[in-house]
Design a protein around this ligand. Structure first.
Ligand SMILES: CC(C)(COP(=O)(O)OP(=O)(O)OC[C@H]1O[C@@H](n2cnc3c(N)ncnc32)[C@H](O)[C@@H]1OP(=O)(O)O)[C@@H](O)C(=O)NCCC(=O)NCCS
Length: 168
């Protein structure tokens, strides 16, 4: 019996403490964290578009407050990690890793073969997290990100799932 996206999300959320599937009413809190996390935050409209069936939007809570969220889009056999952001006060406690692992599990359960992401070349914290979870740099997109009056390169990173999927 195959699982639908809602079953998968439910199972993934059950696997991690503090995890929860997010929905449109969470957008104001998501936007608050997004604006603290990025120089060029996503708009409300982009988040609204994220609550579609091919997207997985997960949040992690701490002390009754949303600490961060992640957005994954699944297309054919490839998932794209589009966003991963933690409230500044909640960083450095392993919550981003917990969210990332939950999103990777969701990708495996959806039958994805790999997860792709872009990261700013200067974002050493995020790069270290992704590398430690098995992502490898496979390319560069020159000038991908706005950066004041100039542009910054993106690194493209990929995690290929083996026969066993990601580590739990
Ligand atoms: C990147 C981000 C999500 C990491 O969140 P976090 O909750 O602090 O990360 P975790 O506590 O789960 O740490 C995971 C790993 O990240 C790396 N890391 C975290 N903080 C770090 C720091 N201050 N310096 C260097 N590496 C760091 C480490 O490898 C860490 O693993 P370790 O604790 O085993 O050493 C967070 O900094 C953030 O939201 N940044 C703004 C948005 C962003 O850049 N998102 C990524 C877009 S591609």
């Amino acid at each position: 019996m195959s699982s639908g996206p809602h079953d998968i999300l439910h199972r993934v959320v059950e696997m991690g403490q503090g995890l929860r599937a997010l929905a449109e009413p969470d957008i104001p809190e998501i936007l608050e964290i997004e604006r603290l996390g990025y120089s060029h935050p996503w708009s409300e409209g982009v988040f609204r578009d994220s609550f579609r069936s091919e997207y997985t939007v997960l949040g992690v809570e701490q002390c009754g407050q949303m600490a961060g969220y992640g957005v994954l889009a699944a297309l054919y056999d490839e998932a794209h990690l589009l966003n991963l952001c933690l409230r500044p006060a909640s960083r450095g406690r392993g919550l981003a890793r917990q969210l990332l692992r939950a999103l990777l599990r969701a990708a495996v359960m959806q039958g994805m073969h790999r997860v792709v992401l872009e990261v700013r070349a200067s974002n050493h914290v995020a790069r270290k997290l992704y590398e430690s979870e098995g992502f490898a740099v496979v390319g560069e997109r020159p000038g991908y990100y706005p950066d004041g009056a100039t542009r910054e390169d993106a690194l493209v990173m990929i995690l290929e799932f083996g026969a066993t999927g990601p580590d739990p």
